[in-house]
Write a new protein. Structure first.
Length: 114
């Protein structure tokens, strides 16, 4: 299983970015797919995920500013991030959880300047 993420970059505080992730390979029974992030010196944390059935979960910091969408039949997700803050600077990782296990993409850097 491979995950290809794109859309990271440098943006000023208050700006927007849109992340995309597509999974390919031997994928059966996708349970959930979404985004996590890891800032320097901190643990990886959930940003948002979409579950089988279309249910979307957001972390508290993402509610109201980030919009998660996805098509699990195509194993593709998007994350629209608006009103970005400097504390949003991190490597953002795409994750897919399927019957055979959990898989991670390589990550895409998001840097928010103040």
């Amino acid at each position: 299983v491979q995950l290809q993420a794109s859309g990271g970059g440098l943006v000023q505080a208050g700006g927007s970015l849109r992340l995309s992730c597509a999974a390919s390979g031997n994928i059966l029974n996708t349970h959930r797919m979404g985004w996590y992030r890891q800032a320097p010196g901190k643990e990886r944390q959930l940003v948002a995920i979409v579950r089988n059935g279309g249910i979307i979960d957001y972390s508290e910091f993402a509610k109201g500013r980030f919009t998660m969408s996805g098509d699990l039949s195509k194993n593709t997700v998007w994350l629209q991030m608006d009103s970005l803050k400097p504390e949003g600077t991190a490597v953002y990782f795409c994750n897919i959880r399927i019957r055979s296990g959990s898989y991670w993409g390589q990550g895409t850097q998001v840097t928010v300047s103040s």
